[in-house]
Design a protein around this ligand. Structure first.
Ligand SMILES: [Zn+2]
Length: 377
């Protein structure tokens, strides 16, 4: 449906540092000192090389940290002076920072009317600058970010049309690229994806073949484990561990979501079908109680959906977001609506007895098919 999709790659800065432009002003004494060090290191073994690399990294990190500090000041200034005209020249007194990055930070924080406090600022470099020479060059596995004086080793896993922008902080580099979408295979069947809180993360059903997959089984136990540990550390008053557990939970769920979304895509190709999914944008506002609230309020659903969407876009498969109202209450056989308790759905009208999630996935699939037919007519 869409011409291209946009992907962002997260790259570890320290690992990929390849080389850097030496643009520092070096005094003669320092130069002599460095030469001496170099000669000393030359005679040594591997450890010496490692040491040089370490020092180089420290220098780069120091420089980037300095820019990040200035960037933060610039962002604060931009938030405080929303109605004034700000250019990279007006913020010169705040410290030295590459002007292209300063411009981007000003643009970002000036246009954001809601932003009142500045927390984390990244250095942003747009790749298509108005200058005669591009600011970001990617050639044969080497990515050069000219304004930040960085050269990294980076291979893009897929072929892209262009690099949009590069964001840098003191740990990671985020490279955003445009990827051409594959032409749609023109599938006209539909599978429904029902996302759950309990037991399994997603139920994928096809009402035509009556085949249902339950994916991401047991995710709740893995999450509950880290939730439990986090609350225990909270009681003990160990904020570092609390944060670590939160991060761990995040990583585990991201992993699960990647796997589940890949499985859903496999299923779509197997069934030659489009994907229909609940539009869960409103779920955070839905009233919920107690322990489940923390599950519901989590980003997990949203992440799974975005994963499905971007993976489908890459393969050219259409995704339909449908209204989730009553998908678990309606009978997939006759359309009768009733309240459901427990895992079993039994219809009093037509006598259908079916797993609750299976029923929901069929309903979602049917609504998606209706949307598809609307498009085709
Ligand atoms: Zn029925």
């Amino acid at each position: 449906m869409t011409g291209e999709s946009i992907l962002t790659y997260k790259v570890d800065l320290r690992r990929q540092i390849y080389h850097y432009f030496n643009c520092e002003v070096v005094t003669k004494a320092e130069q002599r000192n460095r030469q001496k060090q170099k000669q000393q290191h030359k005679a040594k073994t591997k450890n010496a090389k490692k040491e040089i690399k370490k020092r180089r990294w420290y220098r780069i990190r120091r420089r980037i940290n300095k820019w990040l500090r200035v960037g933060r000041r610039v962002a604060k200034y931009a938030v405080g002076h929303k109605y004034d005209k700000i250019t990279s020249k007006t913020v010169k007194h705040l410290g030295t920072i590459p002007s292209i990055a300063a411009c981007q930070i000003i643009k970002k924080y000036k246009n954001n009317k809601k932003c009142k406090r500045v927390s984390n600022v990244n250095l942003i470099v747009p790749a298509c600058s108005t200058r005669q020479y591009p600011s970001v060059i990617h050639e044969s596995g080497v990515l050069t970010i000219k304004p930040l004086k960085l050269i990294l080793r980076w291979h893009c896993p897929i072929e892209y049309t262009k690099i949009n922008q590069v964001e840098v902080n003191n740990q990671y580099v985020y490279i955003t690229v445009s990827v051409p979408a594959k032409p749609s295979p023109g599938f006209n069947k539909m599978i429904g994806v029902d996302v759950n809180v309990k037991h399994n993360l997603a139920a994928v059903g096809n009402p035509e073949t009556k085949k249902v997959d339950y994916l991401g089984k047991g995710h709740i136990y893995r999450r509950a484990k880290y939730l439990f540990m986090r609350s225990r550390y909270q009681r003990q008053g160990r904020p570092g561990r609390v944060k670590a557990m939160g991060n761990k939970e995040h990583r585990v769920m991201t992993d699960v979501n990647h796997k589940v979304s890949a499985q859903i895509l496999d299923r779509a190709f197997e069934d030659e079908a489009c994907i229909s999914i609940e539009d869960l944008t409103g779920i955070r506002k839905a009233p919920s109680r107690g322990r489940f609230k923390s599950f519901l309020n989590s980003w997990g659903f949203y992440q799974l959906r975005t994963f499905i969407e971007y993976k489908a876009a890459l393969d050219g498969i259409d995704v339909f977001a449908i209204d989730p109202a009553y998908t678990s209450q309606d009978c997939s056989g006759c359309g009768n609506r009733k309240k459901v308790r427990g895992k079993k759905y039994s219809c009093s009208e037509c006598g259908l007895v079916i797993h609750r999630d299976e029923n929901a996935s069929y309903n979602i699939s049917k609504r998606g098919s209706a949307e598809l037919n609307k498009l085709n007519i």
